[in-house]
Ligand binder design. Structure first.
Ligand code: CP
Length: 306
């Protein structure tokens, strides 16, 4: 099973057929993972380039490659790469493409993934480009919603927090637009509302959405998707300090509610740790799903999905 593209930079390039195929292969990868992995990517190398901090995305990409028998070469931090000396992203990617069979890259600049993909001689995957997109996170989020609820069509999704800079909610919104009758409650302070590129997309697709400021207005949902206020995107630190804990989800908020709680993580206080003990807390299961989703994507982009 293959995908009709070589590079993945944005969820806007995915069709419903693509997401159906990726979710199907991810489910198959659960079985592969439970049996300890296989060697379908033996002899293949993933270049893992992280020019911005990451725990989950980087380690789950690398674990996924290892679980399928492949190898990983890695570069992290500007100061340890030739980008620090002034090398362009394009030159870096053209060179790394001589060493590896597939590249994933995280970079602080929006648009850096498109620059990389435009020259990459091997499949390229965006692992997060500044405040713009994080397509593999959105795929694992979609897989989580499907797994937890058994369906995606017709669900009501509440997104809470930094909807302006949170790239995961941008990417996930575009994917959810592929499904029928999905509706949204967008909870944010007015300084951090969802960008117009996303709300215009909802309008174009005829998807219902409401924008509110209080978390209590969004808890009547199937999914409550919490986000961290993105400290690294603020020029004014005092503005970050003012907004960072506007929303803190507690067990009290969830009493009598029939939703699952998701978060791309890391969290920095916006979900009280007491919530972790509730069955509806899905965020660590969500992190587990990152491995199988990335196993699916790596094998499909490298022509090794069975
Ligand atoms: N969810 C996510 O992208 O986490 P990391 O920043 O740790 O990769």
């Amino acid at each position: 099973m293959t995908l009709p593209f070589q590079h993945l930079t944005s969820t806007k390039q995915l069709s419903r057929d693509d997401t159906d195929a990726i979710l199907r292969v991810a489910k198959e990868m659960e079985v592969v993972l439970r049996s300890g992995g296989d060697d379908r990517l033996k002899g293949k190398i993933l270049a893992s380039l992280f020019y911005e901090p990451s725990t989950r995305t980087r380690l789950s990409f690398e674990a996924a490659m290892h679980r399928l028998g492949g190898d990983v070469v890695t570069a992290d931090g500007f100061q340890f790469s030739s980008l620090y000396k002034g090398e362009s992203i394009e030159d870096t990617i053209m060179v790394v493409g001589q060493y590896a069979d597939i590249i994933c890259m995280r970079h602080p600049d929006a648009g850096s993934a498109d620059k990389a993909a435009s020259v990459s001689p091997v499949p390229f995957v965006n692992a997060g480009d500044g405040p713009s997109q994080h397509p593999t996170q959105a795929l694992l989020d979609l897989y989580t919603i499907q797994k937890e609820h058994g369906q995606i069509d017709g669900l009501h999704i509440t997104m809470v927090g930094d909807l302006r800079y949170g790239r995961t909610v941008h990417s996930l919104s575009f994917l959810l637009g592929l499904y029928k009758n999905v509706s949204f409650t967008l909870v944010s302070p007015k300084e951090l509302t969802m960008p117009q590129k996303v709300t215009s997309f909802f309008t174009e697709k005829g998807l219902k959405y409401e924008e509110v400021e209080e978390i209590e207005e969004g808890l009547h949902a199937d999914v409550v998707y919490m986000t961290r206020v993105q400290k690294e995107r603020f020029a004014d630190h005092s503005e970050y300090e003012r907004l960072k804990l506007k929303y803190v989800l507690t067990t009290k908020h969830l009493e009598g509610k029939d939703c699952i709680v998701m978060h791309p993580l890391p969290r920095v206080g916006e979900i009280d740790t007491a919530v972790d003990h509730l069955p509806k807390a899905a965020y660590f299961r969500q992190a587990h799903n990152g491995v199988v989703t990335r196993m699916a994507l790596l094998s499909m982009l490298l022509g090794a999905a069975k």
